[in-house]
Design a protein. Structure first.
Length: 430
């Protein structure tokens, strides 16, 4: 444990590492495009404390960057929008689903959650790794004292303030419109790609230097190269970014994550997000050539992140897991027809039975087919995915077999509520 001039104490504090029994169950594979990789990205459903106990053996000191956006100690219950084509001005009419509660018995209960996870993430970080912890005014002060203990006070790299605009009901104080991101490094050797995150100088600065040779008190910056951002960042919240909205609560903007990933990792590095929510970190990491592992305890979060990754121009290779403590999330039954013509097979999804409050077909977001199921792990070989603003979803998927023989075909569908259902066919290609 690193020494710090202050120590946070609460009644239930324990220094004993918390371990949770259980193991990871691989549920499916997404092969992606291009040549298969030996090391696939991992998307995991489950409590991250249980997941950590499974990751440590293989991934201790392997993560180059960890970003986490945990509960904020707000005392609120969060809901996701699951309806389609709703009037954004009438939230009382939205179809919503409860996804998680940021409620705790007291502050000590919250710290009992956060502290052991920070200690384990310190073990998971590479010697040159960096941790970004995203919170707000509710808990950031407590978290900083904990991080000083775990990492050492001298390992604080930045306290970043993310500033944003938006309506507020507050009338008895200044509107609270910023989050705090605490940045700690594992050692004095760490990644910081300064040239990858430079931003243009403001027009007023350019005008000032153009009009006076004395504007910089003798210092002349490289105006074409741009400047390193300060430790306060303005990015619009996702509610104002129509093209990014997934409907999942507390979603963070891609530009925010892009700056973090470009600054503190390199192509090929391994990034972890253990409260991954809607998958912003994972999709930005994928787009910039990083490897990643993401997890969340909410089925709708995992399904939202998975859908987001499926909608990328170049789909990644993914292994999906869930902890043994989580039940299989199959809550409805797809109904489909299978047509065989020669060596070609076509699946037509016709409906579902049970498990959703939204009518078919609007409820279905993803249709996947494993055309040659091995009896163990579902391999997503063919997909139809509804875009975030699309009304229609292709209900047919086809495949041409190269060889004759008997095959087992499995269809998997996922709905707006984060649930799924499967259907199996036996196919004979003659």
């Amino acid at each position: 444990m690193n020494k710090s001039f202050a120590r946070l104490q609460w009644d239930s504090r324990s220094e004993q590492a918390v371990s949770k029994a259980g193991h990871l169950i691989k549920t499916s594979i997404l092969s992606g495009f291009g040549k298969p990789s030996k090391e696939r990205n991992k998307l995991i459903l489950g409590d991250n404390l249980e997941i950590f106990s499974n990751l440590l053996a293989e991934y201790e000191t392997k993560f180059d960057l960890i970003y986490i956006d945990p509960p904020f100690l707000t005392g609120k219950q969060y809901r996701a929008r699951i309806g389609r084509n709703e009037d954004s001005r009438r939230p009382e009419k939205w179809a919503v689903k409860r996804v998680y509660q940021d409620t705790w018995r007291d502050g000590a209960d919250y710290l009992d959650m956060l502290y052991p996870r920070l200690k384990i993430m310190h073990h998971l970080l590479a010697p040159t790794g960096t941790l970004y912890l995203h919170l707000d005014w509710h808990a950031s002060a407590y978290a900083r004292v904990l991080l000083d203990e775990v990492f050492g006070r001298d390992r604080l790299l930045n306290e970043i303030i993310w500033v944003y605009h938006g309506p507020s009901p507050i009338r008895s104080a200044f509107n609270r419109k910023h989050d705090t991101i605490l940045v700690y490094t594992k050692s004095s050797e760490y990644t910081f790609n300064v040239d990858d995150v430079r931003i243009p100088y403001s027009p007023s600065t350019l005008k000032t230097f153009a009009s006076s040779t004395k504007a910089g008190f003798g210092k002349v910056p490289n105006l074409e190269q741009g400047k390193v951002p300060e430790d306060w960042w303005y990015f619009p919240v996702v509610a104002r970014l129509h093209n990014e909205r997934t409907g999942y609560p507390t979603q963070k903007p891609e530009a925010l994550m892009e700056r973090i990933i470009l600054a503190s990792s390199n192509p090929g590095d391994l990034i972890g997000d253990f409260f991954c929510g809607s998958g912003t970190t994972l999709s930005v990491a994928q787009r910039h050539g990083r490897k990643w592992i993401g997890c969340d305890s909410v089925p709708l979060a995992i399904m939202t992140a998975y859908r987001r990754l499926l909608l990328m121009d170049k789909r990644p290779e993914i292994e999906l897991y869930q902890t043994s403590a989580y039940p299989t999330n199959n809550t409805f039954h797809p109904e489909a027809d299978l047509q065989i013509v020669g060596k070609s097979a076509t699946i037509l999804l016709k409906g579902i039975r049970g498990g959703t409050i939204i009518p078919f077909p609007e409820c279905i977001n993803i249709i996947e087919v494993d055309w040659n199921f091995d009896g163990q792990i579902f391999s997503s070989q063919d997909q139809s995915v509804r875009g975030w603003r699309d009304d229609d979803l292709k209900m047919t998927l086809s495949h041409t077999y190269e060889k004759t023989g008997a095959y087992q075909v499995v269809v998997r569908c996922s709905d707006q509520e984060g649930s799924s259902g499967t259907l199996e066919f036996d196919v004979l290609i003659e």
